[in-house]
Design a protein around this ligand. Structure first.
Ligand code: TMP
Length: 203
C-alpha cells in the first residue's frame, strides 16, 4: 500500500464514522504526518455549495438529480483536492463511492453499473486503499432514529431505508480485505484501538 493511502470512513447516519475520522486526524497530527481530510458531499468550496443544495431541509430534488449532484460534488473534489494530493499526502474522506452505491443503488434502486461508470469517468483508476465501515445493530439503529434531530433531508427516511442501505454496505465489503468492519455498538475506546492498530500496520 502507498505511504500516502486514501482512507475512507463509511456507514449509515449515526454510525460513528465522523468520530473515528476525527480521532484518526488527531493521531496523524501527533505523528506529524501530512494529510488532508474532507467529507462528501462537501469538501472543496463548490462541493460544499452542492452539499447545501442537496441536503437542506427544504430540498425537493428528485432522486436522480440527487445522484448527479453527489457525483458532481465528487468531480469537484477530484479536481480541487484529490488529483494534486494523490500519493503525496494521506487522504481521509468521510463518505465516498460506497455511499453512492449503498444509498443510491441499494437504497433508491438506481442502476449500479451506471453509478460505477460515472465514478470511473470522474476518478479514473483512483480507488480507496482502505475503508473503515461502521455498522450499527438493528435495535440501536431504531433507538438512534427515535432520538435523531432532522439535520438534513436524508435524516427523515424510515428505518427500512437505512436497513437496506446498511445491508448494501455489508454486501460491498464482503470478502474484501480492503474493508475493516467497525462495530459501532462497541465503546469508542475499543474502536479507537482497532483504528490506531490498523493504521500503525499500514503507515
Ligand atoms: P453526512 O455527511 O451527515 O453523513 O450526510 C450526508 C448524507 O448524504 C447521508 O444521508 C448520505 C448521503 N449521501 C448519499 O446518499 N450518496 C452519496 O454519494 C454521499 C456521498 C452521501
Amino acid at each position: 500500500m502507498s505511504n500516502n493511502p486514501i482512507i475512507v470512513f463509511e456507514g449509515i447516519e449515526g454510525s460513528g464514522k465522523t468520530t473515528l475520522i476525527n480521532l484518526l486526524s488527531k493521531y496523524l497530527k501527533k505523528k506529524k504526518k501530512i494529510f488532508i481530510k474532507f467529507r462528501e458531499p462537501g469538501g472543496s468550496k463548490n462541493s460544499e455549495k452542492i452539499r447545501k443544495f442537496i441536503l437542506n431541509n427544504k430540498s425537493n430534488l428528485n432522486y436522480k438529480t440527487d445522484l448527479l449532484l453527489y457525483l458532481a460534488s465528487r468531480s469537484e473534489n477530484y479536481e480541487k483536492l484529490i488529483k494534486k494530493n494523490y500519493k503525496k499526502k494521506i487522504i481521509l474522506i468521510d463518505r465516498f463511492i460506497d455511499s453512492t452505491i449503498a444509498y443510491q443503488h441499494y437504497g433508491m434502486g438506481i442502476n449500479k453499473s451506471l453509478i460505477l461508470k460515472i465514478n470511473k469517468f470522474i476518478l479514473g483508476n483512483i480507488k480507496p486503499d482502505l475503508t473503515f465501515l461502521n455498522l450499527v445493530n438493528k435495535n440501536n439503529l431504531k433507538l438512534r432514529l427515535k432520538k435523531r434531530v432532522n439535520k438534513n433531508k436524508y435524516d427523515k427516511f424510515a428505518f427500512s431505508f437505512y436497513n437496506k442501505v446498511q445491508k448494501g454496505f455489508k454486501k460491498i465489503s464482503k470478502n474484501n480485505r480492503k474493508y475493516i468492519i467497525v462495530n459501532s455498538n462497541n465503546s469508542i475506546a475499543d474502536n479507537k484501538k482497532l483504528l490506531i492498530n490498523t493504521i500503525k500496520k499500514i503507515l
